[in-house]
Design a protein around this ligand. Structure first.
Ligand SMILES: NC(=O)c1ccc[n+]([C@@H]2O[C@H](COP(=O)([O-])OP(=O)(O)OC[C@H]3O[C@@H](n4cnc5c(N)ncnc54)[C@H](OP(=O)(O)O)[C@@H]3O)[C@@H](O)[C@H]2O)c1
Length: 359
């Protein structure tokens, strides 16, 4: 039997869903793999809840009632004092500040699973230093949900690359929220602003939808895939079409954007009116290996093409390689959502567990 001890950083949509899925699946996992998953500490940006007993369905109330302000060093001291082993830190934050703690966590015995894309999309120096630290301390870092949420995109790219298969191009609808927005906008006559509100009300966009519309999130995912196949780039080198006009961008407040988002309508309606009957708008990311170009843009696709016929908030990835020729490997399905993402995180946790000691 193996016990793994998790410290969960981030108890938002993904973190909460992960706790609930662990509660739902724990006995099944134990019966099939003899792995006992313990949630040792649960942390948000302000408080930490040290879980002495086994976590149960009242975790949310316990977290609020018994959580208290913390420093990272106190969490590290706690796991040492309790002699917890097989440690895995889960990063379910979106924080750039938090990833600066990874090295300290690794030095103190933690493996890492991240839904947060930041560590893999900061500078090339940070990316390489992190991997050196992992190697030095013989620790693992998995982040399958960084691209395509629960879809096995990173693993597929890694396996192809490891086997020496030459990847020539990756092209995809990387963002579930932008997929939903342009699938809806292209196939009816509603204004862009109405469609954006609908996507926001369904919880598909970030609370600030400019994070989606700016294309930066897709740019990050593209960079993460590029780095998997040894293309050395920085985020600033990704060519990104920003769909937010300058005067409504991140330098102005979110309420200013919300009050004025109708100003986006004119541009998008013009683009829609230029479409032929068999065409739709799609938001894509494209990585050309030969050109070394990474590009995020809004394009016109044939309605009956693979991307043109996507539904709802589906993501779709086409991986072109030398041996697969012009018939790419296609990975498609729900590309966003807390439940599919947390299932991907849980799967990463179990993969790491396979290599940990039986205790
Ligand atoms: N939702 C998806 O479909 C999806 C798919 C793939 C990847 N992801 C990634 O998953 C991550 C989590 O997404 P989410 O939707 O769950 O976000 P969220 O609802 O905003 O939750 C973020 C959580 O992180 C906590 N946090 C922020 N800074 C922290 C810090 N320095 N230390 C500890 N905790 C901190 C927040 O605490 P407070 O409440 O105290 O601020 C909150 O509990 C993001 O990186 C996102 O990009 C999401």
């Amino acid at each position: 039997m193996k016990t793994i001890n998790i410290v969960l950083f981030g108890v938002g949509n993904v973190g909460s869903s992960l706790i609930n899925q662990i509660l739902e699946s724990r006995s099944k996992i134990f019966n099939s793999s003899q792995i006992d998953i313990k949630l040792a500490v649960i942390v948000n940006s302000k408080i930490a809840f040290y879980n002495k007993d086994d976590i149960n369905n009242s975790w949310e109330a316990d977290f609020k009632s018994y959580g208290y302000p913390y420093k990272l060093s106190q969490i590290i001291n706690h796991v040492k004092k309790e002699k917890l082993t097989n440690l895995i830190a889960v990063d379910a934050t979106a924080s750039e500040k938090f990833v600066k703690n990874y090295k300290e966590l690794i030095r103190n015995g933690f493996n890492i699973v991240a839904a947060n894309k930041t560590a893999n999309s900061l500078s090339d120096k940070f990316y390489k230093d992190l991997r050196l630290e992992l190697k030095k301390h013989d620790k693992q870092f998995l982040y399958e949900t960084n691209v395509g949420a629960g879809l096995p995109v990173i693993k597929t790219v890694q396996d192809l690359h490891l086997a020496g298969e030459e990847i020539t191009k990756i092209r995809g609808i990387f963002s579930g929220s932008l997929s939903y927005i342009f699938n809806s906008f292209s196939s009816n006559n509603r204004t862009f602003s109405e469609v954006l509100d609908e996507a926001r009300n369904k919880g598909l966009t970030e609370p600030d939808p400019r994070i989606d519309l700016s294309g930066k999130d897709v740019g990050r995912k593209l960079l993460i895939l590029a780095r998997e196949i040894n293309i050395i780039k920085e985020l600033t080198e990704v060519k990104i079409e920003n769909l937010v006009p300058n005067h409504l961008n991140g330098k102005s407040s979110i309420s200013h954007f919300n009050e004025n988002q109708q100003e986006l309508n004119l541009n998008f309606e013009e683009r829609r009116s230029n479409l032929k009957a068999d065409e739709v708008l799609r938001h894509i990311g494209e990585l050309g290996v030969a050109s070394g170009q990474l590009e995020v843009k809004l394009v016109t696709e044939k309605r009956n093409s693979p991307f043109g016929s996507l539904q709802e908030a589906d993501a779709s990835f086409e991986i072109y390689t030398k041996n697969y020729g012009n018939r790419p490997i296609v990975i498609q399905g729900a590309g966003a959502g807390a439940r599919v993402t947390s299932r991907g995180v849980l799967s990463d946790l179990l993969k790491i567990s396979e290599k940990l000691e039986c205790i």
